[in-house]
Ligand binder design. Structure first.
Ligand code: GCU
Length: 682
């Protein structure tokens, strides 16, 4: 039965006879050069993939003996490849990229996968297998590919207790209790899935970090994970707790400028690198949501980060410092990260990377991009996205995030005039960054299918593909993912592609259309509670974000309000200041708008809001119809599961709609337009 464990590496038998024949002719044998853990991983992967896809055992030869040989190697390990005229093109693909080309070698027709490193070869092999999985013609193949950012990370918010913060698929897959003795094969499958989409780094524990991660006990366990991930090109990182010099080290301060604290971190880093020579570095959440940090000692973020950066510097490590900060004293949470970090631009060491969430608040269904992107000319800045659906219906709702990721990456910051997108910034095209990267909060768990909802896997997949190449489109990624995960049958791909591409917008519409944000019940972030007003921190309440009153609704961020708009470069600043030129998707992010304000559609703001909430529910119903139309085209198990989850989603969407519409109506005091069914209430 299909339990989803294999995710997009299912390697099901090619169902098209002609293609199957063609593939069998083109991949009759393999010559794999090199002898390393990674080349052994390649061999295992290829055998498994080809057995599955082509239903044959592919022979591995010591030299080319037949047409249709797949030749895999680097110029160092393979004379065949060193002698090819495209070997010089390898310079352009760097350490991790690869080239796949047809080539005649010694009179034989071959497909060559060439790279400068064995990891590059592994990525090339996964790419070629993806071509087969998605039924591409490989008879005349020419692929040159290299990652556009250096660190392509996943972040786990996994606690050492195995409870996962904002994780909806069971317990942490890291079974700390049985490590280091038991090397669960699942860790290898995890590495395979990540490597297949180009992920090369993982931070294994929650950013709300348990200091014990730095103790010998846990470091010994970490060594096993690092050893298991290494063949797949994945470096390990850990999240650290800023008070660790006290709680683990027994010092009486964690002041970053204290010489003993400095030494403690340096010694700790030396110890870790002794155990894990290719350790990636530290991920830090400091002075944010109650986490300790340098502020307690009157030191700023740069001073806080630099002591850690110094400790890992000689080992080639980096410190990833998160910019997710806000405090109840600020009038506008939106402003905070920019206000705290921009004055420090230039003060961070070269091996510090600032990790910034895509939006200024917190992974909402739709946010404008964080103005920190494009503002930090001298500070390496990377992007943090959320794969887990904290604000998107957990693992109960179908909400493909590829479109959200794409929107975030394509947003133009205008940092250096038109065409300075967030993607260009984080890949170091706009400013000359020493290190570049992307992080995705990946809260898979020990459920068989990793993610709970089968479609949450698509977020993981899309994240990895975009981390490799941020110019790919969400649409083509969805297409690949469906083919690899479900079927190549167009009767499935067409309607379900529509479902995926519409799903994020549906989620925006039934939760928080037109630039509303954070209307969640506090704590779990699942259901609606736009009325929440009485909490210990005002910036956790919903009323703080929507500011509805008799006049209208929305957060004024112009000069009559918090003026956060000033953080954007021109011409965006002027565009957002003017209500008429503010895109309607972001309207209530930037303006407090009259209920009777006329929208592009000719409807009033109130009518438009109601319209969008109703539309969101209709979109979910259409998703249900489309899903029902593909029954029989895939296994019944996953069909039924998604069908049931869509029923939950429909109920939840109605609840969101009715809660929000009825609550906002208490301010607008305007009727729900006639064309809509009226919500039922007491
Ligand atoms: C959100 C989330 C927290 C998380 C935080 C973070 O606020 O709800 O659980 O710790 O983001 O990114 O640090």
């Amino acid at each position: 039965s299909e339990d989803g464990y294999r995710a997009w590496l299912r390697y099901e038998n090619v169902e098209d006879d002609e293609l199957l024949y063609e593939y069998k002719e083109l991949v009759r044998a393999v010559v794999l050069r090199g002898n390393s853990e990674t080349t052994r991983a390649i061999e295992v992967e290829l055998k498994q993939a080809i057995t599955g896809l082509l239903d044959m055992e592919v022979p591995f030869h010591n030299n080319i003996q037949v047409n249709g040989t797949l030749v895999i190697g680097t110029p160092e390990t393979s004379e065949e490849i060193a002698g090819l005229d495209f070997a010089n093109k390898l310079e352009t693909v760097g350490d991790e990229g690869y080239v796949i080309e047809n080539a005649g070698i010694d009179g034989y027709e071959t497909i060559v996968i060439a790279a400068n490193s064995n990891i590059g070869l592994l990525y090339g092999v996964f790419d070629l297998m993806r071509q087969l999985q998605t039924y591409e013609d490989i008879s005349d193949i020419s692929i040159h590919s290299a990652p556009k950012v250096e660190y392509r990370m996943v972040n786990h918010w996994d606690n050492l207790s195995r409870l996962v913060e904002r994780g909806y698929a069971g317990l942490s897959i890291w079974d700390w209790g049985t490590l280091p003795e038991y090397k669960d094969p699942r860790y290898t499958d995890y590495a395979r899935l990540n490597a297949s989409i180009g992920i090369n780094a993982t931070a294994v524990n929650n950013v709300n970090a348990d200091p014990r991660m730095l103790t010998d006990q846990f470091l010994e366990k970490l060594v096993v994970l690092a050893d298991m991930f290494r063949p797949y090109g994945i470096q390990v990182f850990i999240s650290i707790n800023y008070q660790a010099p006290i709680s683990v080290g027994g010092l009486d301060t964690a002041d970053p400028l204290d010489p003993e604290v400095r030494k403690w971190w340096a010694d700790k880093a030396d110890q870790i690198y002794e155990m894990i020579p290719d350790f990636g570095g530290f991920l830090v959440k400091a002075d944010s949501e109650g986490q300790p940090g340098p502020f307690a000692y009157d030191r700023n973020h740069a001073e806080g980060a630099n002591v850690l950066a110094e400790a890992v510097e000689s080992h080639g490590g980096v410190v990833i410092w998160r910019a997710f900060v806000y405090s109840p004293e600020q009038e506008d949470r939106f402003r905070e990260a920019y206000d705290e970090f921009v004055p420090l631009d230039g003060d961070f060491k070269d091996n510090v990377i600032l990790q910034v969430k895509n939006g200024p608040i917190d992974f909402q269904p739709r946010e404008p991009f964080s103005p920190l992107f494009g503002a930090m000319e001298e500070t390496n800045t990377m992007l943090e996205l959320q794969i887990t659906q904290e604000y998107f219906g957990f693992s109960y709702h179908l909400a493909y995030q590829g479109t959200l990721f794409e929107e975030a990456l394509d947003a133009d910051t205008y940092a250096k005039g038109e065409g300075s997108t967030v993607g260009d910034v984080i890949s170091g095209e706009v400013f000359d960054y020493k290190h570049t990267g992307m992080a995705g909060v990946l809260n898979i768990g020990n459920y068989r299918n990793w993610t709970g909802h089968p479609f949450v896997q698509s977020n993981w997949y899309a994240y990895g593909r975009l981390a490799w190449d941020y110019t790919l489109s969400a649409d083509e990624i969805a297409d690949e993912w469906m083919k690899m995960t479900f079927t190549n049958n167009e009767q499935f791909i067409d309607p379900i592609g529509d479902v995926m591409m519409e799903s994020r917008e549906a989620g925006v519409n039934y939760r928080s259309p037109l630039g509303l944000t954070h209307l969640y019940a506090q704590g779990h972030h699942y259901g609606p509670a736009p009325w929440t007003s009485d909490l210990p921190r005002s910036d956790w309440t919903a009323v703080y974000y929507h500011k509805a009153d008799e006049e209208g609704i929305g957060f004024d961020r112009t000069e009559t309000g918090s003026n956060a708009i000033e953080q954007y470069h021109e011409p965006l600043e002027s565009k957002f200041r003017n209500i008429e030129t503010t895109p309607e998707d972001y309207l209530l992010w930037f303006h407090h708008v009259d209920w009777d304000y006329e929208m592009d559609s000719g409807r009033t703001l109130w009518e438009e809001l109601v319209h969008n909430y109703y539309k969101g529910v209709e979109q979910v119903r259409r998703m249900q119809d489309q899903w029902n139309s593909i029954e029989g085209l895939i296994d019944q198990q996953r069909f039924e599961r998604v069908k049931a989850l869509l029923e939950i989603q429909e109920k939840d969407a109605v609840r969101w709609r009715d809660s929000c519409v009825l609550y906002f109506q208490t301010f607008s005091e305007r009727p729900i337009p006639d064309q809509f069914e009226k919500p039922e209430h007491d």
